[in-house]
Design a protein around this ligand. Structure first.
Ligand code: AHR
Length: 504
């Protein structure tokens, strides 16, 4: 890594940076739905994760109570289900009716047998218990228009129809009113069951979208945007074509991104959010182009409805029961915090995001039959979701930079700020592995009203991992002094910190 001049300081000596904050200079409203999550029928995410029927830790519905408590603290604002790749061959009628009579089916996305014991009622009841917004991804792989339309009718209609009679017969009188519906998952990927070209998908999804909106005009539809960034794949072309078909019906464009530290290069790994930022800007441009000159003032937002660190538990382990069980360390948690900063910094366009996934499978919560532990990535998600609300602020940031293997000019200081009713929340990642970052914050239009609470996520080293009974990567709390318009805070090497201040 070539170093910016400041890096030449002795180890342990601080780098210096400045941030200016004006609470009237806003980017947009932070949509709480950026703190969403995702449960797929995959490995031990649902069965053995949120749902374990025979466990003494579960309630009468089969929901793991300890998991539910950890999920509640994450303040999950919306929850996507049933996949993922799984959704592309999921026929929802298999998952309704008496549990013991539901058909087991070969599951080809992940190479197992799907019991169907967790279906629409279980998912929507779970979401209700959590008080989270459900988001259902319809099967636009092997599924039909009819099937997608009838799923909306089953869940949302007040009319007396065969579908709503069936819902009532299965124990649910009132409609659930599911607002968010995905028009398939990762349809640009050859790995997807029912993969299509952009034109074929666009045409197919348009007909599904029409029927779904004619069934319930209040639904919001998420079009399957790009997920395939392998060399040679035309991901921008995919998004352009899909929006040519769906610009009148899609409310969101779904984008996916997973990152990893395959090269064991801390500086480069910590810079992954630079690429996320570039992809968001590219998608914003494509959406603007798709809507430009069209009548009606429609808006299409970005839904990053799958994102996370995922690289160790890939490849050969992709079949069977304990798959995708990524064990996270401190550097992964820092990358997660930089992703959340990036979503906040694009609050005007990114209106939904789902960390993939919730439990066991590339997840912040990890269980066994006796209990659970909180992975390192749980902490940034929990701090953001509970605190970074309101308006995203457009900050002036002056930070020393470095050059990594893939990226030039990466600021050591990665930050975002949220402001709501006198509460200012600043999230900071110090991307430097060894040196502290000494930052002066200056308020342009307000004064600090008292000391600032500081929550720092850090650990003994960048590879430290949490496990059952041990949590070396944790949140520590302290306060920082703030005087008038200014505050100076020193951020430890390889740390993520949330500052919470009252300003007036
Ligand atoms: O989240 C794991 C998998 O990653 C999902 O099933 C799929 O959509 C993506 O490729």
């Amino acid at each position: 890594m070539a170093a910016a001049p400041a890096v030449l300081r002795a180890q342990g000596e601080s780098l210096r940076a400045r941030v200016k904050i004006d609470t009237e200079r806003t980017i947009g409203d932070i949509d709480p739905k950026i703190y969403g999550n995702f449960v797929e029928h995959l490995g031990r995410c649902i069965e053995g994760g949120i749902f374990e029927e025979k466990s003494p830790l579960s309630d009468a519905n089969g929901f793991r109570k300890d998991v539910m408590e950890a999920v509640r603290k994450l303040n999950v604002t919306q929850l996507r289900w049933p996949g993922g790749n799984f959704s592309s061959n999921y026929h929802w009628t298999d998952g309704i009716g008496p549990r013991d009579q539901r058909p087991p089916r070969l599951e080809m996305a992940w190479g197992t047998v799907e019991s169907n014991r967790f279906g629409t009622h279980e998912f929507l009841n779970y979401a209700e218990k959590l008080k989270t917004e459900p988001y259902i991804c319809a099967n636009l792989g092997t599924g039909s228009w009819n099937e997608a339309q009838q799923w909306v009718e089953y869940c949302n209609s007040k009319e007396d129809t065969a579908m709503t009679r069936l819902r009532k017969q299965n124990g649910r009188q009132a409609p659930w009113k599911v607002t968010y519906w995905g028009l398939g998952n990762e349809m640009d990927g050859p790995w997807q069951m029912g993969h299509r070209s952009a034109e074929e998908y666009g045409k197919f999804a348009l007909e599904a979208a029409k029927l779904m909106k004619w069934t319930d005009p209040s639904v919001k539809l998420i079009a399957a945007g790009s997920s395939n960034y392998t060399p040679g794949s035309d991901w921008t072309g995919w998004n352009r074509t899909v929006l040519e078909f769906l610009y009148q019906h899609a409310d969101y464009l779904s984008l996916h991104m997973y990152v990893g530290n395959q090269e064991n290069d801390f500086g480069d790994f910590l810079a992954c959010s630079v690429e996320l930022d570039q992809r968001i800007k590219t998608a914003e441009g494509i959406i603007d182009a798709a809507l430009s000159g069209r009548p009606g003032g429609r808006k299409i937002h970005i839904a990053w409805d799958e994102w996370n660190v995922w690289y160790r538990a890939r490849g050969n382990q992709q079949r069977g029961r304990r798959i995708l069980e990524e064990h996270y360390n401190l550097e992964d948690a820092l990358v997660v915090a930089t992703f959340l900063n990036t979503f906040v910094n694009h609050a005007q366009s990114v209106k939904m995001a789902n960390m993939a996934q919730l439990v066991n499978v590339i997840a912040p919560i990890f269980t066994n039959e006796q209990g659970l532990f909180l992975q390192t990535i749980y902490h940034p998600l929990q701090l953001f979701a509970n605190n970074a609300r309101g308006k995203a602020l457009d900050l002036f940031v002056d930070s020393p930079k470095y050059k990594s293997r893939r990226f030039d000019d990466v600021p050591y200081l990665n930050t975002s700020a949220a402001y709501e009713n006198g509460s200012l929340v600043i999230n900071v990642v110090n991307r430097h592995k060894d040196q502290p970052l000494d930052v002066e914050f200056e308020l342009e239009d307000k004064q600090f009203a008292g000391p600032v609470s500081v929550s720092e996520v850090n650990g003994p080293d960048i590879k430290a991992e949490n496990d059952f009974g041990k949590m070396p990567v944790k949140v520590t709390e302290r306060t920082a002094a703030a005087d008038g318009r200014k505050m100076r805070v020193k951020f430890a090497p390889h740390s993520y910190t949330m500052l919470k201040a009252r300003v007036s």
